[in-house]
Design a protein around this ligand. Sequence first.
Ligand SMILES: *[C@@H]1O[C@H](CO)[C@@H](O)[C@H](O)[C@H]1NC(C)=O
Ligand SMILES: *[C@@H]1O[C@H](CO)[C@@H](O)[C@H](O)[C@H]1NC(C)=O
Ligand SMILES: *[C@@H]1O[C@H](CO)[C@@H](O)[C@H](O)[C@H]1NC(C)=O
Ligand SMILES: *[C@@H]1O[C@H](CO)[C@@H](O)[C@H](O)[C@H]1NC(C)=O
Ligand SMILES: *[C@@H]1O[C@H](CO)[C@@H](O)[C@H](O)[C@H]1NC(C)=O
Length: 480
Amino acid sequence: MDAVCWLLGLLLHSLPCWGQAVPHTGDHGAFQPQSALTDMEFTSVSSYRGPGNNDSRGNKELPIILWWSAGLFPHFPGDTERIDCHYSSCLVTSNRKVQLYKRTSAIIFYGTDFRAYEAPLPRLPHQTWALFHEESPMNNYVLSHGPGIRLFNYTATFRRESDYPLTLQWLPSLQYLLQPTAVSLQEKNRWRRAGLAPVLYMQSHCDVPSDRDRYVQELMKYIEIDSYGKCLTNKPLPERLEDTSTATGEDGEFMSFVARYKFHLALENGLCSDYMTEKLWRPMHQGCVPIYRGSPSVADWLPNSHSAIVIDDFPSPRKLAEFIMALDSDDAEYSRYLEFKTPSKITNLRLLEGLESREWGVNDMSKPNYLNGFECYVCDQENKRLASERTHRHNPHLHPPPSPKMANNSHMGCPLPSPGYGEVEEVHPNDSWLQMWPQDYWQSLDQAEGLDSLIRLNESDPGLLWHHIQKIAMRRAKGH
Ligand SMILES: *[C@@H]1O[C@H](CO)[C@@H](O)[C@H](O)[C@H]1NC(C)=O
Ligand SMILES: *[C@@H]1O[C@H](CO)[C@@H](O)[C@H](O)[C@H]1NC(C)=O
Ligand SMILES: *[C@@H]1O[C@H](CO)[C@@H](O)[C@H](O)[C@H]1NC(C)=O
Ligand SMILES: *[C@@H]1O[C@H](CO)[C@@H](O)[C@H](O)[C@H]1NC(C)=O
Ligand SMILES: *[C@@H]1O[C@H](CO)[C@@H](O)[C@H](O)[C@H]1NC(C)=O
């Protein structure tokens, strides 16, 4: 029950947004849940004491970790819990009363909720900040700027360079790729002759940083695309599938409807290294070939060298369309793209090892979820740091202090949004994408720099953010 309430809270959290007419809405809806988290079934994993944990301290002696984003606090009921991790133990709480306690050694933030104007200030030098951000970068561009991400000492993001990487969070298991078997090619060809387009597009959120619709619109000039959903719609969904609660990933009827298509357009809402979502994995699960744009390094994670068509490998939408049409009429070559449904054809070791070695599970009760996993990562790191600080204090000559640790752009670092097709100079000044995303990106840099300035000046009122942003802007205008 509590878990359900919590998940509801997560689904409903609003995303206040500064300085722009159009609020962020997150990229969720019928065809795109906003995060793997919302699909996860949670139990409160209060304790999975690792074999290396011989921490015998009582609760009153443990360091405290504060979840600043209380909505994500992964324990029920109550607001405080002892956690016994791989090597050590901590108290975790969502009660902000402990913010300025000496014992509070780390604060965990949820990226989507992180607001510079609500940051816990003053930032105490003994406290580390930890960032959990599994969602789209579009939800908070502050974190894609150096001054924003460097505020954090530990991260769990989709980037493989993150301290606690969530790169394959949208891929529940290897089985998910292998099962079910694809609709047979004969049947797919039958559907083609009956009038189905070779390519499916289904999107519920149109105005996104990656500006995907501009590309798809151009592609539509050269190849037939059936577009359901809310963006570039040219076909109605069968009535029984119009109910948005059915038209999600795992509904059987919905599945068999989309699985008839040979190709699915799969364009992420943001184009960041290692940001891959169900957009990529779900068509593969359904036995269709994704036509993908998203992470520029997606090839690093694909089952083999011929399991997706990567848009950026083609010089133009026209060339891409020609390639798809050739595959559409070449059964043998098309079938090669679905070979990954056979276990022996999944040859990418990085993918196999990534799935094998991650300690968290997706809908897997035998493993911790990644929220509990990350808080334990932070707990063990903090206890290690506190221990080396103690040894240093006792004998500064023999033991150097632990070296500081902080994140950098390799933990997030999504680039300035650019048009999905063509050059930014060619986009009409009235264009809604142009008015929204590049501006949001640069305003987020202002916020990151403003917060950095608040922290350096040891301010205790985050409301002074606007004042600091103005001062920075004035200095910049004067050419400093
Ligand atoms: C138990 O913890 C102490 C430090 O508190 C450490 O020195 C020792 O190696 C640990 N023992 C094991 C078996 O991990
Ligand atoms: C944590 O990050 C902050 C800001 O980036 C830095 O000043 C501080 O030294 C870091 N703390 C530790 C313990 O590494
Ligand atoms: C950025 O962080 C990564 C991973 O934490 C680290 O390996 C790298 O050295 C850092 N880069 C810089 C320039 O500090
Ligand atoms: C652009 O926007 C302005 C003001 O909203 C409007 O007057 C003008 O007609 C628009 N131009 C186009 C081409 O849509
Ligand atoms: C920062 O501010 C806090 C309270 O506002 C104060 O206790 C602390 O001494 C200040 N730190 C520095 C380095 O000035």
